[in-house]
Design a binder for this molecule. Sequence first.
Ligand code: PMP
Length: 436
Amino acid sequence: MVRVHGDTGHCWHGMRCAAVLGAAQATSTAPLLRARLLGAARHTMATNLLHVPKPQGLLRPLVVPERLLLGPGPSNVPPRILAAGGQQLLGHMHPEVLQVMDEIKAGIQYAFQTQNRLTLAISGTGHCAMEAALLNLLEHGDTALVAVNGIWGQRAADIARRLGAIVRELWKPPGEYFTPQDIEEGLVRHKPLVLFITHGESSTGVLQPLEGLGELCHRHGCLLLVDAVASLGGAPIFMDQQEIDVLYSGSQKVLNAPPGSAPISFSERAREKILRRKTQPLSFYLDMGWLANYWGCDGEPRRYHHTAPINSFFSLREGLAMLVELGLESSWERHRANCAQLCQGLRDLGLELFVKEEKARLPTITTVRVPKGYDWKEITAFLMENHAIEIAGGLGPSVGKVLRIGLMGCNSTSSNVDRVLHGLRDALRRCHRSQL
Ligand code: PMP
């Protein structure tokens, strides 16, 4: 705030200021005029003090074009969920918000098919849940085995290394999945405390079979950590029956909520491992002890931990409510059927699916090889410019190799399949094709 020292013509910085001088000379004018002049002086000085001008972009209205988001996420948000996120705020410890948190917890238990009491939503995106899982499970010097067949294994290995864990990797080429034999060999060889594996590998379009992996891990004294950010609600997963110890997902894929909150759940085994820690988790924000209390999972009175992103929770609640209303089986069937229609349509266009085995194809995100002679960037840009449809190129090890088409939650419809196939047909006709 700018203060003016009497009528000396000095502002509080000691600078002689023309506006202040002008105001000083006005001492004989009527008090009202004098006050007005002083106000103007203050305003002018404040303006002069600012070295960074007002950003012009912020003086224009926000413009959000309409687009069909058929990339690997985020997906479009239906009006009901948008409206939930646009509700007025409440205090984050108000009983109504705590009730919403309890409903989210129940929704996640349903979506994950788990009875785990340590079930909640992280205030952050899928990466945040990945970090929360790894940093609560792992201590410095613990061994983690990471199954890498795309970018998510690479990222998990990176995070685990930052935590000081000994990281061992199991490798498969992009487009392939791990068999129980692959996993068992790794468990025998490396004797890890935690195995990380991705259920829906969104960078390659692979659906990892999980049958038997939990039991296998437990036989070898290891916890099973599964990333289901891209698959939850789109492909069957049964946390308790499949003996998964930590499972996490994201809000912006099948759940159709904006990004910013991430469901996560810990089994009793995982909870005990956390309780046995010799050292505190490296993050206060993601410390599961604190979060368990904040989410009412520990039976203690809830204490303030952080200010929850309340409106994100409203949206997530509605996303989960819509999944509950539809039912998991119908949601899985919807994703299966539309993915099958898309795959057939892509083949009819002469395109080659990246994942060979049908049962290993992720129903939420389909990968197709970049057609020979075409530049993938030109195809994605063409669809965006001419059809207002987002599809994506590859990511990490699949960059330059594939196009990725996502059909998630409300975006998984037969008419969206027709729309994207129509756009692709147009792109193949009109994008530049090299003669090489
Ligand atoms: N895991 C998988 C399988 C994903 O598809 C994604 C998002 N593309 C993430 C983790 C990271 O999620 P976020 O971008 O929300 O941090």
